[in-house]
Design a protein around this ligand. Sequence first.
Ligand SMILES: Cc1cc2nc3c(=O)[nH]c(=O)nc-3n(C[C@H](O)[C@H](O)[C@H](O)COP(=O)(O)O)c2cc1C
Ligand SMILES: *[C@@H]1O[C@H](CO)[C@@H](O)[C@H](O)[C@H]1NC(C)=O
Ligand SMILES: *[C@@H]1O[C@H](CO)[C@@H](O)[C@H](O)[C@H]1NC(C)=O
Length: 465
Amino acid sequence: MVVWYIVFVTMTKDLKHLSYENKVILAPMVRVGTLPMRLLALEYGADVVYSEELIDWKLIKSVRRVNEVLETVDFIDKSDGTIVFRTCLKEKNKVVVQLGTCDSQRALKVAKLIENDVAGIDINMGCPKEFSLKGGMGAALLSQPDKAVEILSTLVDNVKIPITCKIRVFDDVDQTVNLSVRLASTGISAIAIHGRTKAERPMHPNRNYIINAVAKAIRIPVIANGGSREIEKYSDILKFKNECGSSSVMIARAAEGNCSIFCKNGLKDLETVILHYLKYAIDYDNSPSNTKYCVQNMLKELQETPRGKKFLECQTLEQICSIWGLGSYCRKKQLEYQSKGLLGRREITPDLFRSAPKKLKIDEENDIYQIKCAFIRVNFVEDIDLPKSKLITYCGKNKLKTPSYQVINEDKLFRAIVTVNGRKYGSSYWEKNKKFAEQGAALACCCALGLIDRQTLVNNGSILE
Ligand SMILES: Cc1cc2nc3c(=O)[nH]c(=O)nc-3n(C[C@H](O)[C@H](O)[C@H](O)COP(=O)(O)O)c2cc1C
Ligand SMILES: *[C@@H]1O[C@H](CO)[C@@H](O)[C@H](O)[C@H]1NC(C)=O
Ligand SMILES: *[C@@H]1O[C@H](CO)[C@@H](O)[C@H](O)[C@H]1NC(C)=O
């Protein structure tokens, strides 16, 4: 008896589950809720952070990789090498992954893939976008309670971390309470409620009274959501929570525009917030497009200023960071990561995962000078240093026809062949877009023509074999 008791106590102690009581939470937000924003929210005082919604089949298709250079765990899309989800130790006990799903078995498969790397899993039952509804996901589940219950029960019964769901309200209080009671009966750990109906938009008032009624009716923690319009400072968060009578609160738009809303002792100015954000973006090698999107949402109307316009023209992370004085820090970090052999997209090629790669539609008869080299943007400071620019200059000087490019596309990856002076050159490395592929081919050509020193390319990681 005693022995079993001890075993039981030790076991339950080991399962130190995330609690959803009395928490201030960063809400799931597509494109906004990536690693840098989540870490910033935690630094500023958020207790729990939700990922952006990840669609189940996208995660199923991904491979888990420990990224030793960044000290992250990455889930990488096998078809194009993009990062579907990146997480790190700092957030391990606080990050909840939100899934978009309409199928309990697929949801379970994904849950098993990520359960050792995250603190909780949430099912999106509130997204009103056509993409979700058509796929039977998001708010579509509100009108299919049996399906919703099946998904939650399957996860609760088979996954060792807490399961939650995020719903919208119905017009009718009782109908909302009834659904919540049913969902809660599956054994989920909490339920997040956005106080707007599927048809309502952000400008409609949030129905705090319905959240309140649910909170009174069920025993698991209710996480109130939808209050951002009235949230301008930290105390407004607590006011919203009180009005909803909920255990916890979840903030989306107020945090998207100003992540320092989580600071208990006052908001920080825009410059500071952006600076802190960019630091995380650099440290975790966030993509330039995602970084730009998040900063845009902070700048809002300031995008119209001269500085804002300059920002909008940026393409690389270094260019973005330069505007906030972090250009050289960014460059230093990128070079450091590169010298350590940053993994990720670069090790993914179609040949690696496909048993029978499709025949390339290139003229194999023609002699093609081919090397395996990657176009790494950070290696080229000025535009005139870019391989394509170098070739144009070379052709101009030698009175040759301007270089012509042929792009080969497979799935979401690209390679190119460049013709210069009647000869063809190419890189066998798959790039993620056309522009990069052309630069890659130009790089191979520059190397062959001696316009760029081969050893330099080996040293800076461009030549891959
Ligand atoms: C940019 C953006 C992206 C969002 N993406 C998601 C999402 O992926 N999953 C989700 O459940 N809700 C998503 N939402 C909805 C929010 O999580 C939240 O329910 C809604 O904005 C209301 O909360 P708020 O008043 O604090 O903004 C998103 C909202 C915004 C503004
Ligand atoms: C809610 O559930 C109660 C008790 O099961 C039932 O009497 C009532 O009709 C339901 N209300 C709605 C709107 O579904
Ligand atoms: C955050 O809010 C404060 C006060 O409203 C404001 O001064 C600051 O510029 C805001 N920061 C961002 C990033 O929007």
